[in-house]
Write a new protein. Structure first.
Length: 222
């Protein structure tokens, strides 16, 4: 796991405060795709629990795994009783128990590529499903977007994380769907986009940026 992946613990409280949560529609999409009741789920890289709560509130018994102790402590503050927390990186999970759903929210790209999909498949029940989602924030106002780009330019060309397999941003299918389509372990790969409009003041947007890994890795002097 990279230093960038492990940079969030120092700002765990800010992560919970400023990162947007996930909409109910996301759970609807995943559970409708499953096509059958999902009773158990394993979450990869649960962070402070934003997606954990989304699925736990649907009555699913969620095992939330997270390698960072500070992030896990934030999750435990709000975890419903049907959530079990495990401090572990995805690569350290031992096969054995299987789940109806294995999912990751803005975390799958931090996992080690070697053996990723066989490891996921081994954690799934027969006919289980895997889901990956992200919470990319895009500025709707072009003038604000340009101001942010100009302020960032002396330090960072971009704060986005490039596609792990090099898929271009304008391709119809994005990662990890591209890798799942190539894997013989999975079938019926689908991609959905859930759009929503968030209103965020300047202080909250700066707070959000303070939780983005690209900024967390900048030297303190910048």
């Amino acid at each position: 796991m990279s230093n960038r992946a492990l940079s969030f613990g120092a700002i765990a409280q800010a992560y919970e405060r400023f990162r947007p949560g996930y909409p109910e529609e996301l759970a609807d999409v995943v559970l409708t795709y499953a096509g059958r009741p999902v009773r158990t789920a394993l979450e990869i890289g649960a962070g402070t629990g934003k997606a954990t709560r989304l699925f736990a509130e649907r009555g699913i018994a969620v095992t939330a795994t997270e390698p960072d102790a500070a992030m896990l402590a934030e999750l435990q503050k709000t975890a419903p009783t049907n959530v079990t927390t495990v401090r572990a990186a995805f690569e350290d999970l031992r096969p054995g128990e299987t789940y109806g759903l294995v999912y990751a929210a803005a975390a799958l790209h931090w996992t080690r590529p070697q053996g990723r999909w066989p490891r996921v498949a081994a954690l799934l029940e027969p006919d289980g499903v895997v889901a990956a989602c992200g919470g990319q924030v895009e500025l709707a106002d072009p003038a604000v977007a340009e101001a942010v780009r100009a302020a960032r330019a002396p330090f960072l060309e971009s704060h986005e994380i490039p596609s792990p397999d090099g898929t271009a941003p304008d391709e119809e299918m994005q990662w990890p769907g591209t890798e799942l389509q190539r894997s013989p372990l999975f079938h019926d790969v689908q991609q959905s986009v859930v759009k929503r409009h968030l209103t965020m003041g300047p202080a909250d947007y700066v707070g959000y940026l303070s939780t983005v890994s690209a900024y967390l890795q900048l030297p303190q002097s910048t």
